[in-house]
Design a protein around this ligand. Structure first.
Ligand code: ATP
Ligand code: MG
Length: 377
């Protein structure tokens, strides 16, 4: 079975690794260079979308910011899973927000902003503080503005007006209420063509400067897990979704609010490579190729620490956990790899994180130490 992934980054790479034992051959299509490459070696395998589509039985995606013309051409081949509509939903906050409303899942109040009039209406309706996000092309906290007080209205509007004026193509701002959350979690789940659905345990996520740094799986209460699963089912069924889908939530007291969805395997699910019976990459391939799903059961409490902008780690880290490098050239802030850390108990995982904290990449040290303290109780 041959699967083509739109996008040639680390997610395609990890799908390739997970597909090998199942006899699934993964190739990757770089939507910018239009090259078809091997996801591990980056060896050129061909060129052009037509050839890419013809070379595989199934097509999927590792990111949602893909030109609609490419998605439509892939969909026309009948090979694309999840659907073009599902991928477009994840790539445009306007479509995403109306989907969430349609599916009846709680999310932050919002207004779409295209001009000054909309902006003033959003401030009046949504209230301050407010988070303004570009409708398209945002990731890792990029394309976002915070509006905290009345006196910031003018300068923030000036920035947004400049952003909208410079934007190529169809762009808007989604203005949403700032959510005073206690912490953030995400749910990774998978649905196949026959509607079979499985979810992983909720993962607690710590972001630093808008970028995920640490995820911990296996520490969340059953009530939140049940709420998250019901919301996941509503969203996945509304999209007739096939593949792995990630939903990011804000935890406010005992309630979940959806922040955003990602129609793909997700950074906050990397822990599943060591911590779950079947990892998210394998389950995505199972779903899109029409195989039965693998079990998503937690094997043991597991944490993931991202490695940003560095290509080495102290040797001791290798004795404590599993290191996954993405084979990328070092650049400041770039996602270079991750570390998965496991223990038999949550207390034990806290001890492992405490030992790893001083050895972790500098950007993540504080977040790792904070996760360790939280697990210690
Ligand atoms: P990702 O890399 O996850 O795709 P992103 O750039 O698409 O990130 P969001 O997930 O929407 O952006 O926002 C990044 C972070 O900013 C969130 O994880 C959260 O910490 C904070 N944030 C976003 N929206 C709000 C909100 N309405 N209220 C409070 N904090 C928010
Ligand atoms: Mg996010």
């Amino acid at each position: 079975m041959k699967v083509l992934v739109l996008g040639a980054g680390q997610l395609a790479r990890m799908m390739s690794l997970a597909g090998a034992p199942l006899g699934i051959e993964v190739s990757a299509y770089d939507v910018v260079s239009e090259d078809i490459v091997h996801p591990l070696t980056k060896t050129a395998l061909g060129h052009g979308l037509g050839n890419a589509i013809a070379s595989a039985q199934i097509i999927t995606a590792e990111f949602e910011h893909i030109p609609h013309a490419i998605l439509d051409q892939c969909e026309a081949s009948g090979k694309l899973h999840p659907s073009a509509q599902a991928i477009k939903t994840g790539g445009d906050r306007r479509i995403e927000k109306s989907l969430l409303d349609k599916a009846g899942v709680a999310n932050a109040t919002y207004e779409v902003v295209n001009n000054r009039e909309d902006f003033d209406r959003a401030v009046a309706k949504v209230g301050l503080p407010m988070v303004l996000k570009s409708a398209k092309d945002g990731y890792d906290g990029k394309g976002q503005w915070r509006l905290k007080s009345e006196d910031q209205k003018e300068p923030v509007w000036q920035e947004i007006a400049a952003f909208l004026a410079a934007a190529k193509g169809d762009q808007s701002i989604v203005a949403e209420a700032f959510v005073p959350f206690d912490y953030e979690v995400s749910l990774i789940g998978v649905r196949n063509m026959s509607g079979e659905l499985e979810v992983y345990p909720l993962t607690e996520n710590t972001h630093v400067d808008g970028v995920l740094n640490v995820s911990v799986a296996g520490n969340q209460p059953m009530e939140l897990q049940a709420q998250a699963k019901a919301m996941f089912r509503a969203v996945a069924e509304a999209l007739d979704y096939v593949g792995v889908l990630a939903i990011e939530f804000f935890v406010v007291g005992e309630k979940l609010l959806v922040n955003e969805i990602a129609p793909r395997v997700h950074n906050s699910g990397h822990w599943s490579q060591q911590g779950a019976e079947t990892c998210q990459f394998e389950n995505h391939l199972r779903a899109v190729t029409g195989m039965p799903l693998g079990r998503t059961t937690l094997l043991r409490p597991t944490a993931m620490v991202n490695i940003l902008g560095e290509d080495t780690l102290p040797e001791a880290v290798y004795t404590m956990g599993h290191v996954h490098w993405y084979g990328k050239e070092k650049r400041t802030g770039r996602k270079m790899g991750h570390i998965n850390l496991c223990a038999n108990t949550l207390i034990g995982l806290g001890q492992v994180l405490d030992a790893v904290a001083p050895l972790a990449p500098a950007h993540a040290r504080e977040a790792v130490a904070a996760s360790a303290r939280k697990l210690a109780g």
